[in-house]
Ligand binder design. Structure first.
Ligand SMILES: C[S@@+](CC[C@H](N)C(=O)[O-])C[C@H]1O[C@@H](n2cnc3c(N)ncnc32)[C@H](O)[C@@H]1O
Length: 488
């Protein structure tokens, strides 16, 4: 283990942004690299697909957030150690999604209504502050089958609902909401709305120039509530050149359109993946500058997945930060659509590490606050699966490995007790302290001190042991990634 980095000398000139506010969760570059190294499994194909920016976010969270460490353990078991079982499970899930029949579609529709109901119960997202009774206007981007719109109409039957969604003929889902209930519907591929996303002329040699759409749907409306629930579908027929960039094309398309239609003070709901990845953390951080952001994950639906929803309330599209980021998204859409030598799109460039560090410094604590319930729900759900379970879940009756209600995470109690600086009392063993030394040990990466009082063996200990094993297995020579990071 290398020593902590020496404090950086700051002269009289302008101070680098990352030195201005020192937070307890801050971490040195060296530490980040060490944690990243210890957690890079050489034979894990996921590592190759993960960009460096997301690896840095992951390292930061490993250092600071027990709830994330817990879910990571389950993910590793499901995706690596029990890979065959995990692969079989996800393949079956994909096959079901791709080959769904009418009853499957209806089930999906009902599930989306339930998610919207739960989302509204927890966050009030379906009742935006700008909406006044029947005047409420909603734009549902990527709407089919229409569970969200149906839920809005259930809570507010006089709301005006507008929708955009991929036509069935192009592989989109069928719509289950009666057309007469919609004030407007556009069946189209939202990523092709060229006049929404750029003022520049299209490259003359683009092979599919005529497929781009010049309309600007619902241009004269502004909305109290906008949903961006698009998901790149395997069933959509797309040209090969689109494959690599479709995720970024769809997310930027939805974001630009949403920001160009939302009312000042409105609410935007967006499906995101992996709150512990850079792209999701970055979007939450950006929205936190011009809205009130929270994260929501349904307790049961899609609980084993990493998906969650950003709920951004009181969005201010006229804020300078909002206007600036819309320009950035437009640039990103252009690059993903028309960039590169062939003019058919180029891969996204991973941000510089300093940008990742600035975000972690400014937003890391908030990210952990938001992510904790999301990781907890996914961790609890994975702990109940055959492929990821380690049999260690703490349940309401204190029974291990038996289905039942799940206790709030032990980490929350531990964290709270540390904040208050009092020994932790656990419900299963009142009066027995969980030694803060375990916590400190983990943060400082030293072996936990033994105490006179018995310390409850925790999932932390399990995780610590597995980390130790990984460190022992990882090569000692620095990887090219480490060299790059150290040279910053
Ligand atoms: C998760 S579903 C949305 C469910 C919906 N929120 C509900 O409540 O029923 C994702 C939707 O995105 C749509 N979609 C995917 N790619 C799209 C695109 N390029 N343009 C428009 N819609 C798209 C799919 O057809 C599908 O209807």
């Amino acid at each position: 283990m290398s020593p902590p980095t020496a404090p950086i000398e700051v002269g009289n000139g302008p101070k680098p942004e990352f030195l201005t506010t020192k937070k307890s969760s801050l971490i040195s570059m060296d530490e980040l690299v060490q944690i990243m190294e210890a957690n890079t499994l050489q034979d894990d194909p996921r590592e190759k697909r993960t960009e460096r920016s997301s690896k840095l976010v992951k390292a930061y969270l490993i250092k600071n957030e027990p709830e994330f460490v817990r879910v990571l353990g389950f993910r590793d078991r499901g995706w690596m150690q029990n890979k065959d079982k995990g692969d079989a499970f996800f393949k079956a899930q994909r096959d079901r999604a791709d080959n769904t029949d009418v009853s499957g579609e209806q089930k999906f529709f009902r599930m989306m209504i339930q998610i919207a109901d739960e989302m509204n119960g927890v966050t009030g997202a379906l009742s935006p502050q700008t909406a006044r009774g029947p005047d409420m206007k909603v734009l549902d981007i990527c709407m089919a089958p229409g569970g969200y719109t149906a839920a809005v109409l259930k809570f507010n039957p006089r709301a005006s609902t507008f929708a955009i969604t991929l036509p069935k003929e192009q592989g989109g889902h069928p719509i289950h909401v009666e057309r007469s209930r919609l004030a407007g519907l556009q069946l189209l591929d939202v990523t092709m709305l060229v006049n929404e996303f750029t003022d520049k002329p299209m490259p003359p040699n683009h092979p599919d120039r005529e497929k781009f759409l010049t309309i600007r749907p619902f241009k004269f409306h502004s909305f109290d509530l906008v949903f961006c629930d698009g998901m790149v579908l395997r069933t959509q027929q797309r040209e090969d050149y689109r494959e690599g960039n479709e995720v970024i094309r769809l997310s930027t398309s939805q974001l630009i359109l949403a920001m160009q239609r939302i009312k000042a003070g409105g609410t935007l709901v967006m499906l995101l993946h992996k709150i512990d990845s850079f792209p999701a953390a970055n979007i939450l951080h950006i929205f936190s500058k011009f809205s009130k952001v929270e994260a929501f994950k349904p307790q049961k639906k899609h609980a084993t997945r990493s998906s969650f929803y950003m709920i951004a309330k009181d969005v201010q599209p006229g804020h300078e930060a909002a206007k600036a980021v819309v320009e950035e998204w437009k640039e990103a859409w252009w690059n993903a659509t028309f960039g590169g030598e062939d003019g058919t799109g180029m891969p996204k460039v991973d941000p510089h590490e300093s940008a990742v560090f600035n975000i972690l410094e400014e937003f890391g604590e908030q990210l952990m606050e938001m992510g904790r319930p999301v990781w907890r729900i996914q961790g609890d759900a994975l702990s109940r699966t055959e492929y990821a379970s380690d049999g260690s879940i703490v349940r309401s009756e204190g029974v291990v490995g038996v289905p039942g209600a799940v206790n709030p995470s032990p980490w929350r109690d531990l964290r709270e007790s540390l904040k208050e600086n009092v020994p932790l009392q656990t419900s299963s063993s009142p009066g027995v302290p969980v030694g803060p030394s375990s916590w400190r040990a983990l943060r400082e990466n030293v072996p936990p001190k033994s105490t006179d009082s018995p310390v409850i063996s925790s999932p932390w200990d399990v995780m610590r042991e597995s980390l130790k094993e990984r460190v022992a297995q990882s090569p000692t020579s620095p990887t090219p990634l480490d060299k790059d990071l150290k040279s910053i």
